[in-house]
Design a protein. Structure first.
Length: 357
């Protein structure tokens, strides 16, 4: 902050990017502190428990949503679509892998311990969501119904399966609502409403503000990187590396903002809640965020990347359901799988654009 205040050359883009990264790290740390405090308070307040445990969108992909909105405001539709697809891969394959590898280390646990049935519920959700995302965007025939077509006008959201995707999003939200309700009954304190409501409301508002601010910082750094490429006259170089930035770098940054608290919770011994949060957040990206922006008029196709994502979900479901493997091994293989997808992005961009995006 002192450097930002004292600096004379505001045109130094490299320094601006460096300061932006430092600011983002500070904001992420603040988000982590606020989220941990909210989680502790939820044990003594029923309403807060509902917000924290049963509405993960509050502590879920809020920064992802805001960054997508900013990118679409800049008419970067292709970049926004690549970013959202990247988020679908990053959350289970990177954040989920870190949750598995780091699980229980803070409390003396070992990642080499075998995992029994901790994540069977999550693996079942991934197993069911893969076929649903394929079937929901194939052969729906909604655009062939005259009344619906006349009502929708020239809007493409009807033919792209947006209504069905949003209905599935509601279904998954209800499923996780009841899942979190059942889990919360087993961990909640019998003493409710012993903490001040104003305290957690203020913390929740601060959390939302921090996440929105973090998304704006990421967007600012991304714009500055683009400006450097254009100023240097290396548009072709930026186009070659732009897909990697949009598919990997931006999703990793936003996932750190939205889900570092989940990784921290896994490190402290909880594996069910972090993976359930990551699972719901991932499904919200595909079934809610992209369809919602398509519905309001942006030229996003929520069907893009469905085959690759469905295969990814199927692989995750089968891998998580194997009972005789250590958590460290499971996390390592998920990271290797993400590295393979990223390698395809770098080495085979045409194949990547055709079958992944």
């Amino acid at each position: 902050m002192v450097v930002e205040w004292l600096r004379l050359d505001r045109a130094d883009t490299l320094l601006s990017i460096s300061l932006g990264v430092v600011k983002l790290a500070v904001v992420v740390d603040c988000i982590l502190v606020v989220t941990h405090h909210l989680t502790r308070l939820s044990a003594s307040n029923r309403m807060l428990a509902i917000v924290v445990y049963q509405m993960p969108f509050v502590t879920g992909p809020l920064s992802e949503f805001e960054l997508t909105r900013l990118m679409l405001t800049d008419n970067a539709t292709s970049a926004a679509n690549t970013f959202l697809v990247g988020c679908v891969y990053v959350k289970p394959l990177v954040a989920g892998a870190l949750c598995l590898a780091l699980h229980g280390l803070h409390t003396g646990g070992s990642g080499m311990q075998r995992q029994a049935t901790d994540l069977l519920d999550v693996s079942k959700v991934f197993l069911r969501s893969g076929p649903l995302m394929v079937l929901s965007t194939y052969g729906l025939g909604l655009e062939s119904l005259p009344m619906l077509t006349a009502a929708a006008g020239d809007s493409p959201w009807l033919s792209r399966g947006v209504p069905v995707l949003l209905l599935l999003s509601i279904g998954f939200t209800c499923y996780f609502w009841y899942w979190h309700t059942d889990k919360y009954r087993t961990i909640a304190s019998k003493k409710y409403n012993t903490c001040n409501d104003s305290e957690w409301v203020v913390l929740l508002v601060c959390l939302v503000a921090l996440k929105v601010g973090a998304a704006r910082l990421v967007h600012s750094v991304w714009n500055q990187m683009q400006a450097i490429a254009w100023t240097a006259g290396q548009d072709s170089t930026w186009e070659a590396s732009g897909a990697v930035v949009q598919f990997a770098v931006l999703p990793l940054a936003v996932t750190a903002v939205d889900h570092l608290a989940d990784i921290s919770a896994a490190y402290r011994g909880d594996i069910d809640w972090p993976w359930a949060s990551l699972c719901q957040s991932t499904l919200q990206t595909f079934f809610f965020i992209r369809p919602l922006f398509t519905l309001v008029g942006h030229n996003l196709d929520p069907r893009s990347g469905r085959i690759g994502i469905a295969l990814c979900f199927l692989g995750i479901a089968l891998w998580l359901s194997l009972p005789a493997l250590s958590r460290l091994l499971k996390g390592s293989v998920l990271l290797l799988a993400y590295s393979a997808v990223l390698a395809v992005c770098v080495v085979q961009p045409d194949f990547f654009e055709a079958y992944v995006l």
